[in-house]
Every structure is written in C-alpha cells, then in structure tokens.
Design a protein around this ligand. Structure first.
Ligand SMILES: Cc1cc2nc3c(=O)[nH]c(=O)nc-3n(C[C@H](O)[C@H](O)[C@H](O)COP(=O)(O)OP(=O)(O)OC[C@H]3O[C@@H](n4cnc5c(N)ncnc54)[C@H](O)[C@@H]3O)c2cc1C
Length: 452
C-alpha cells in the first residue's frame, strides 16, 4: 500500500524469527487489522535462534524443567500449550511437532527427595506426570541405568508433544498468514537501520528504503534492546549475551527427552539429552552456557553495539560481582568455558553427559559444529538482577520491544497474543478471542486465553 511517497503499513514487525512470524500469524488470522509488514534482514525466516539447529527443540511446559518454580510453570504452560494446540488444530503432528516420552532425572538420594517434593507441589498443575523407579526406567531408557552406582528416579510423561521444529513453525506461520484477507508484505533481505517518528507515524529506515507504519513491534532477538536504546527506551536494561553449544553422541542413544535436576544456585538450565529432529533423532546433549561478545552466534557484530548493550556501569558490574562471588557459579562458568575448548572440550563435557548415561566416554561424543545460538539475557539495572526469562518494553506509544531468551520459542503464541491485545487497543481494532479460543485452546489444558 503506498502513501505519502513511502510504503505504508498499519503494523510493522521487525524480525522474522519465531516471535515475529507468530505475531504475523496472530494479527492476520485473529484480528481485523488490514495490513502487516514483516522486515527480516536475512533472506529467509528463522535463520538465527529459532532455527532447529540453534535451540533444543523443546516445547517447554514447566513439567520437567526444574529451573521453573510453580508460578513460572503456570505461566509457561499456559502460553506454550497454544503451540501444542496449534499443531493439533492445523494437523502438523510429525511435520512440526513430535510426540515423545519426556522426563527429568534425579540422581542420588538428595535429588530424589527434591524430585518427590516437586511432584507433590506440581501434580495438580500437571496431573499426567508419573514417578518412574529404576525398574520402570530400565524398560523406558535402559542406558540411564547401565553401569550406574547411585540410585535414580525420574518424573515424566509419555506421548506428549515435546519436540518442535521452531524453524518450520516460523515458515508455516508465514504461509498461513498469506492465506488471510489481511494484506501481508514480506521484506526479506531488508535490514532495519533506524526507526524514527514523523507526525503520528513511525518511519522504518532500512537498507531498501523507507516505510511508514502506525505501530511497530521489534522482535529482533538480541537486537531488540539495541534498537530500543537507540530510540531512548529501555535504559534500565543491559544485556549479557550467553552462547549455548551442543555435543552429539555418535549414534542415537535416547528415545526420550531427558532433563536433569537443576542446581537451584545456577542461573541456566542444566544439561539435557534430546533426540534431534535435524539429525535423524541422533542424541544431542547441551546446551552449554558461556558469555560471548556477540549477538548472533555465527555472525560478527559491531563493537560499539556491544558496548551499548553491555552498559557496563556500577549496577551492571555489581550484578557480575554478585554472580562471580558465589563459588558454585564461578566453578560453573569456568566449566562452561572448558566445554568450548576446541579439540578437548569433550573431555570436560563428558562429566555432564555421564550424569545421564554413565557408560559414555569422551570419544563417544563430538562438538556439534554449526549448532547452538545466543540467549540475550537481560540485566535489570534498577533491581540489580539478572532476569532469567523474557522481557518486554511496552512504551505505550505504539512501539513494543521484545527480548526473548528461552523459553521464547515455546511462548511465541502467548507473547503474540499479548502483543496483539496491546496493538488492537492502541489501533482500536478487534481481537477475535473466540476464534483463538476455538483453534488454539484446549479447555482441559492450560491455555493463555483461558486464563485471561
Ligand atoms: C542454546 C539455546 C537453546 C534453546 N532452547 C530452547 C528450547 O528448547 N525451547 C524454547 O522454547 N526456546 C529455546 N531457546 C530460546 C529460543 O531459541 C528463542 O527464545 C527464540 O528462538 C527467540 O525467537 P525470536 O524470533 O524472538 O528471535 P530470533 O530467532 O533471534 O529472531 C530474530 C530475528 O530478527 C532479525 N533481525 C535482527 N535485527 C534485525 C534488523 N535490524 N532488521 C531486520 N531483521 C532483524 C534476525 O535476523 C532474526 O531473524 C533456546 C535458545 C538457545 C540459544
């Protein structure tokens, strides 16, 4: 649609990962918004963190993720069940989402007692969870038992949608949005360089010209905060870019997703073993977690941008100091650097893997070249804390910025729903809640919209 010499759109979305494409789908199918334009700097969607090679492909629910407390599990399950329901409603089982067994494994008496306690607390939220003793585990995943000296127990579920190809899901969101009456413009290979205001509109400056829009949502992953800072928003946030890598077993060892119990002191999720959909379900272990001066794992960045994001003032350095003064966290950081050492990282990483499969040796695993991504972890400078989940800056002026470390892919439709509500209020358009409820919610499961 052309207007005043520039291309005009009602809604501009910056970023064609899972967050941007989920919003495109939400707006085109479930609102009466007339035009949406997506800007993505690479020539196809989901080439960064949303690619199946970058993340663990887990549909996070909060049932086996012991790094979530009950409140967080309620919130994540409400949101991620929309993805499971989408897969069911639109018939994408096996092509986008796969049913598998999943579990969290407790090793040793202390972890077993924590696991049992957790089950008591979480069983109302997740009534399908079962405790499996060694005898049951021997049948489900015998390699977890073989050669093990300590007692183990697991909490898990069978036949749930656990593994999702978020890259394929992004493409599918785009395809479906193009079938709607809303005018959808896709600008791949278009990098947004600046966003400014002109009268009551936003001007999207890009390497392929200028565009105008009424509202903007910036879903540019690690770049969202950078764009916010350039526009004078989000000064109370800094970023700690955390890289995550993986190791492959040389063959398929596990049929189930097997998570391990979280050390409550550590900031990032413990290592897990996952059947990988990009590698014929060969077992992938990880992710590691290490600070890295980059916003995109396999691309370089401008050093000035890095300094802007790190915002190294007293409050940010205070957060680093608090992290580093804890002995467990220090050891964890050093261990994670060792996991990245070329040629010998496997000698260190094997210790993590043996918690899952005791009989594996360092030469049974290899660094997963080309796999892994970046988690843009946010530091709240006012509260002087590292935020472990996602963060949103809603300016109230028609522009929203989303920062989406894990579980951002699982929460994509919940986040899109949240943004669609804000945009529809702002533009005085309709959000078709009944249709969302019918297609993306299952009355029995926790669903974002059921909880509104
Ligand atoms: C190691 C690892 C494991 C993970 N495991 C899981 C998991 O199992 N389950 C889960 O739910 N989540 C997981 N996550 C998190 C998940 O991958 C992210 O939350 C999710 O992919 C974020 O999607 P996004 O669309 O917000 O960002 P991205 O996928 O990073 O996409 C942002 C897009 O914006 C584009 N962009 C940036 N700047 C511009 C610009 N100026 N102009 C135009 N385009 C721009 C980029 O090119 C990119 O395509 C994991 C993350 C990592 C790193």
């Amino acid at each position: 649609m052309e207007k005043e010499g520039s291309y005009y759109t009602q809604v501009a979305i910056i970023g064609g990962g899972i967050s941007g494409t989920a919003l495109l789908f939400m707006l085109s199918r479930y609102t009466n918004i007339e035009s949406v334009t997506l800007f993505e700097k690479y020539d196809k969607p989901a080439t960064l963190n949303s690619s199946a090679k970058a993340n663990s492909q887990t549909l996070h629910i909060g049932d086996i993720e012991t790094n979530y407390d009950l409140e967080k599990a309620k919130k994540v399950s409400a949101s991620s069940s929309m993805v499971a329901n989408f897969i069911n409603h639109f018939n994408y089982e096996d092509t986008i989402g796969s049913r598998k067994t999943k579990m969290v494994l407790a090793v040793g008496e202390e972890e077993i007692s924590r696991l049992k306690e957790r089950h008591e607390t979480f069983k109302t939220l997740f009534p399908y969870l079962e405790l499996w003793d060694e005898k049951e585990l021997e049948e489900i995943e015998p390699l977890l038992i073989k050669g093990r000296k300590e007692p183990i127990m697991a909490l898990g579920a069978k036949n749930k949608i656990t593994t999702v190809d978020f890259g394929k899901l992004s493409q599918t969101f785009i395809d479906l949005s193009q079938e709607e009456t809303c005018s959808v413009d896709l600008n791949f290979g278009t990098e947004v360089t600046e966003i400014t205001r002109k009268w009551d509109k936003f001007v999207i400056h890009s390497d392929r010209g200028e565009f105008m829009s009424d509202v903007v949502v910036v879903n540019a992953g690690a770049h969202s905060l950078l764009i916010a800072h350039e526009m004078g928003y989000g000064d109370n946030y800094a970023m700690l870019p955390i890289g995550g890598s993986f190791y492959f077993a040389k063959k398929q060892l596990l049929n189930a997703k097997v998570y391990t119990m979280q050390n409550p002191k550590l900031p990032f999720a413990a290592v897990h073993g996952d059947p990988d959909l990009t590698a014929d379900w060969k077992t992938r272990f990880g992710p590691t977690a290490f600070a890295m001066p980059k916003l995109e794992r396999y691309h370089n960045m401008e050093i000035l941008n890095l300094f802007d994001l790190l915002s190294l003032d007293g409050s940010v350095l205070g957060v680093y100091y608090d992290l580093m003064k804890d002995e467990d966290i220090r050891a964890y950081i050093i261990r994670n650097f060792a996991h990245e050492l070329p040629g010998i990282g496997n000698e260190f990483f094997i210790e993590e893997v043996q918690k899952l499969i005791p009989t594996l040796h360092s030469d049974d695993i290899e660094y997963a070249e080309g796999y892994g991504g970046m988690r843009p972890q946010i530091i709240d400078k006012k509260a002087k804390t590292l935020l472990l989940g996602e963060a949103k800056i809603d300016t109230g002026k028609g522009i929203i910025f989303n920062m989406t470390p894990s579980p951002g892919a699982s929460s994509c439709l919940g986040n899109a729903f949240e943004d669609a509500k804000i945009l529809c209020d702002f533009l005085d358009m309709d959000l078709l809640k009944r249709k969302i409820k019918k297609e993306l919610c299952d009355e029995k499961e926790y669903c974002y919209i059921n909880r509104q």
